[in-house]
Design a binder for this molecule. Structure first.
Ligand code: DX5
Ligand code: ZN
Length: 236
């Protein structure tokens, strides 16, 4: 595989300070197009959790569904790959039209090459970090990244409780990003709800994944608006 030069991710979003990315893992899988449409006018991204039953103990969806969603969704797809061997598979998700592709630090063997390949395919490149993985180990990768995703649950399932132990790491990641003077986004994923989003925003997160707190509600679009308003109140 050729080793691509560094490039910027080419997917440009409006420079909204706070971004909300509803996770379709909590949506009705028999009506994915409708579920995507339900948040199209209120959210910034549509978060797509790809799980392979190896990196995490759950199996969800893969490339064919991402390709189909890309055809019908009016939001950029925020693909979170909870899979082994992301170096092999991540570029295909960018080719399939994902707006962003996030690989796990714990699974990637050649993250620089893979992140550059994602950007070369015109998607934004993200690095996800599990609750027990220190963010400092990946400081050198910041110039290769458009987003850092801090997991606030152990990955694998929706509907888990937010792990408060991650809050100090959100603060440290914010300091690292600001110290680098970069424009890297800081996403949190897992247990984000009306009860937890403010502490994550106050610690420095600016992109919020929410599954059950959006699709578990009667009006998903209103839930997105309410979460955004809460985060904006606490934003840096
Ligand atoms: C968990 C996934 C999350 C999940 C979040 O491994 O990465 O994106 O869908 O769901 P909630 O918001 O319900 O915790
Ligand atoms: Zn996710």
């Amino acid at each position: 595989m050729p080793f691509p030069p560094p490039t910027r991710g080419l997917v440009r979003l409006p420079d909204v300070a706070i971004q909300i990315s509803p996770s379709i893992l909590s949506a009705d899988f028999t009506h994915l197009a409708d579920e995507a449409a339900a948040v199209a006018n209120s959210a910034d991204w549509l978060h797509v959790d790809v799980m392979d039953n190896h990196f995490v103990p759950n199996l969800t969806l893969g490339l064919p569904v991402v390709e189909s969603l890309h055809r019908v969704a009016d939001l950029p797809l925020d693909c979170h790959l909870m899979i082994e061997d992301p170096d092999r598979w991540a570029p295909s998700y960018a080719e399939a039209g994902a707006g962003g592709v996030t690989i796990h630090a714990e699974a990637a063997k050649a993250p620089v090459r893979t992140l550059r390949t994602i950007r070369a395919e015109h998607a934004r490149a993200g690095l996800a970090i599990n609750p027990a993985t220190p963010v400092e180990h990946y400081a050198e990768l910041l110039p290769e990244l458009d987003m850092v995703l801090l997991m606030t649950v152990e990955p694998g399932f929706g509907g888990q409780s937010f792990l408060e132990m991650v809050v100090p790491k959100i603060r440290r990641a914010r300091e690292l990003i600001d110290g680098g003077g970069g424009t890297v986004r800081l996403q949190v994923d897992g247990g984000v709800s009306a009860d937890t989003i403010e502490q994550a925003a106050a610690a420095g997160a600016d992109v919020f994944v929410a599954g059950s707190a959006v699709y578990g509600k009667e009006d998903p679009a209103a839930a997105v608006d309410a979460l955004r308003a809460q985060a904006q109140r606490e934003a840096h």
